[in-house]
Design a protein around this ligand. Structure first.
Ligand code: GLC
Length: 740
């Protein structure tokens, strides 16, 4: 079989439109740089800079600011965490105002990345990015440290809630839209953390061994799409090593980001993740963070110290002697500085530094948070159609659990946002319940949140009260899961199990009331198997931001119809995970031995290991029928191949279905996954309504990465197109022949 190099069949479309919208950088592989006038301005500024000024720009001036060169009107870039809202709580990095100091602001707490992923709605991601970008500009800052696009490889990774799940295509689509939303506001988005940052365990010291094909097919795509499609203005390098070299000084920065993908923006380090001067500058690092006096405080952190990082590697004191000695060619210094200047010009920041222009936490931004929370929750189980609750026929509702009276808006660490407007499920249910009697019982405290409740006696009292409430109510709602202390940056979960005491609470309540509904907060799989058969209805609410309570109540009472689908495989037990045995690694070495077989790619090959719920799965209060898949019999690799399918709402109420398109290449010359997600569309349908959904496929969608030929290859021969309501609920299938 002839192998056709993918590049030979790709239609290269270059878009050189530059306007207020994010300037779409030059197409991949083209040599033009961004907007010509930008380059002239950049070159003009660079030529005026002294060597000292250029060196000054390579290291931050504070926790969250780059270094300004006032003499030339070059402003500091004022950064802020995090991916789902402006960080406004304790922690030195929680800088939230133009003056660079920390003042408490009530920024909008948007849903976590995993909830946006569960929505499978790129337009929602764009809206969130836009709303967040507007808030950053409104407080006079210039750059948001998000999105997080690291793949959910390990079920216990503390930051799974921040990312968009296990699939590179889904992650890429959402990342691109989010970045375009942020940058449409003239705010710099920072796609992070490049690359293979998939566990918190010893993140400053671990060395990830990952093969080239897994990098290209699993861990790179979202970064590549961010650069080549969204024209992302900055990339953050990760803490860990990849194949023996720290990310902050890894040759991948130049070889992959800058040369292969033609990245025009600048690279910023993760905080306290640089370990050398010449190697780091020569690798392409533009801004080491944090900088200035705070760097020293930062370095006192235990995990930073343990890694031997004594910080401040890119300060002028260290850089200048190495430029003079030639260890750092001045051309490298110039290129790193040029990239910062280019984005300052292209983003408009050099002409219009942000002032407190807009406003934050507006009803409009709050509405975006609510839409995200509503679209980002998943109905996992609904036996006997217990849900939606029929308010008219209910007299008493028991609302139980440690996550009932608290809005678990997000996971912990740099992405956490404390809004003053958090809505807990209990409050929203009370608002909704009208004359229904709502009986609240804590049931069990979140471990560590209330030590007085952690004694055996207190726990018995709490549980007895919860059982009594359940016994005397028409239905029992149990709200469990984690808090931002249990699922957080800086540490991984120790187990898939729910926090101590929650399984027993659920079992006791389910024994007391056959109409028990469990709603849980987590960013990844949790152990459900101990009680899933005793509980008729289960909702995965992830971390829904400040409006989570309203979204959950609306879904339970049927004001909205849940439409979320799993962005990761929901496994039964940790030992089923593809990374099991290769997580968290041995002696600080983590071997990604599963290669490309992450998530559903693995389970489709190892059919004896059945997940509890498959990737792409989620229920609805209505039902959908698929018909009429149409696509040409042959495809010559030119012009997109169009596949269309009709979806009908065969139920009695409006709903949104996420139609998924998978590709199979059964005759590939290399081992390939049984199927790979290459298209999806969220379609809203009234009862009885039909819509035809069209997908456009190109050769890239059919390709695998050949490590032998170091390029993407689409091999001629038969391909299958699978249309599914989940990765394991394939409703339509058709084949075509790729002729060349
Ligand atoms: C943190 C995180 C990164 C964050 C940065 C600034 O350690 O890894 O995501 O943006 O440092 O707080």
């Amino acid at each position: 079989m002839r192998i056709v190099p993918y590049a030979a069949v790709l239609i290269v479309s270059t878009s050189l439109a530059f306007a207020q919208q994010p300037a779409h950088g030059p197409a991949a592989g083209s040599t033009e740089v961004a907007n010509a006038s930008t380059e002239q301005r950049v070159q003009d500024l660079l030529s005026k800079m002294t060597l000292e000024e250029k060196a000054t720009m390579l290291s931050g001036s504070s926790w969250m600011d780059s270094a300004p060169i006032s003499r030339l009107g070059i402003p500091a870039i004022r950064m802020a965490d995090g991916p789902m809202g402006i960080r406004n709580w304790t922690g030195p990095s929680a800088v939230t105002n133009a003056e660079g100091t920390r003042t408490t602001i009530n920024s909008t707490a948007f849903p976590a990345g995993i909830a946006i992923a569960a929505s499978w709605d790129p337009e929602l991601a764009r809206e969130e990015g836009k709303a967040l970008g507007a808030e950053v500009a409104a407080i006079g800052r210039d750059m948001i440290l998000g999105p997080t696009v690291n793949i959910q490889r390990a079920p216990l990774w503390g930051r799974n809630f921040e990312g968009f799940g296990e699939d590179p295509y889904l992650t890429g689509r959402l990342g691109v839209s989010y970045i375009e939303g942020v940058q449409s506001q003239g705010v710099i988005a920072t796609v992070k953390h490049f690359v293979a940052n998939n566990e918190e365990f010893e993140r400053h010291r671990i060395d990830v061994a990952v093969d080239d094909r897994a990098l290209h097919e699993i861990y790179y795509p979202a970064f590549k799409a961010a650069i080549q499609e969204a024209n992302v203005w900055s990339v953050m390098s990760a803490y860990n090593k990849v194949n023996g070299v720290y990310c902050a000084e890894n040759p991948l920065l130049k070889s992959t980001l800058e040369k292969a993908w033609n990245f025009q923006g600048f690279i910023v380090s993760d905080w306290g993740s640089t370990y050398s001067t010449a190697a780091t500058v020569n690798a392409g690092m533009s801004i080491e963070m944090p900088g200035g006096p705070p760097m020293q405080t930062w370095l006192l952190r235990p995990e930073t110290k343990k890694s031997g990082n004594d910080g401040g590697y890119l300060t002028p004191e260290k850089v200048l002697p190495l430029v003079k000695s030639g260890a750092i060619p001045e051309a490298n210094l110039d290129d790193n500085v040029r990239r910062i200047l280019r984005i300052l010009v292209e983003s408009g920041l050099i002409d219009h530094p942000h002032t407190r222009t807009g406003s934050i936490d507006t009803p409009a931004q709050r509405a975006v948070a609510r839409k995200g929370a509503e679209e980002g929750l998943i109905l996992l189980k609904n036996s006997g159609n217990l849900l939606p609750l029929q308010a008219g026929s209910l007299h008493t509702i028991a609302v139980i659990g440690p996550n009932a009276a608290v809005d678990r808006s997000g996971g912990g660490g740099s992405s956490l946002v404390h809004s003053s407007l958090l809505v807990a499920p209990l409050d929203a249910i009370k608002e909704h319940a009208g004359s229904i009697d709502v009986r609240y019982a804590l049931g069990v405290a979140m471990p560590g949140e209330d030590p007085t409740q952690d004694t055996p006696e207190a726990r018995k009292t709490l549980r007895d009260a919860a059982v009594a409430a359940a016994k005397s109510s028409d239905v029992a709602l149990v709200f469990v899961g984690y808090s931002s202390k249990f699922e957080t940056e800086g540490k991984d979960r120790e187990t898939m199990d729910l926090p101590d005491g929650q399984d027993e609470l659920i079992q006791a309540v389910a024994a007391a009331n056959s109409k028990t509904i469990v709603v849980f907060n987590a960013g990844d799989p949790v152990t459900l198997t101990r009680w899933i058969d005793q509980v008729p209805a289960v909702v995965d609410a992830f971390y829904g931001g400040e409006e989570a309570g309203h979204a959950i109540a609306s879904a339970l009472f049927g004001d909205i119809n849940p439409s979320g689908k799993l962005p990761f495989t929901f496994i039964k037990a940790l030992k089923d995970s593809p990374s099991y045995g290769n997580y968290p690694g041995e002696n600080l070495h983590v071997n990604y031995a599963e290669g490309i077989y992450v998530g559903y790619r693995y389970f489709d090959k190892h059919v004896t290991v059945a997940p509890l719920y498959p990737f792409g799965y989620g229920l609805s209060y209505t039902s959908f029928e698929y018909s009429g898949l149409k696509l040409p019999k042959t495809y010559n690799g030119h012009n997109p191949l169009e596949a269309s399918v009709t979806v009908r709402n065969s139920g009695s109420r409006q709903g949104a279905e996420i139609v998924q398109l998978y590709i199979a290449d059964p005759h590939a010359s290399v081992d390939r996954p049984v199927k790979e997600l290459k298209g999806f569309r969220r379609v809203v349908l009234a009862p009885g309504e039909s819509k035809t959904v069209t997908f456009a496929l190109d050769s890239q969608a059919l390709s695998f990465y050949s490590t032998a030929q170091k390029q993407w290859i689409a091999e001629p021969g038969r391909f299958d197109v699978l249309i599914g309501a989940s990765s394991r609920d394939i409703r339509q299938k058709a084949s075509f022949e790729l002729t060349k």
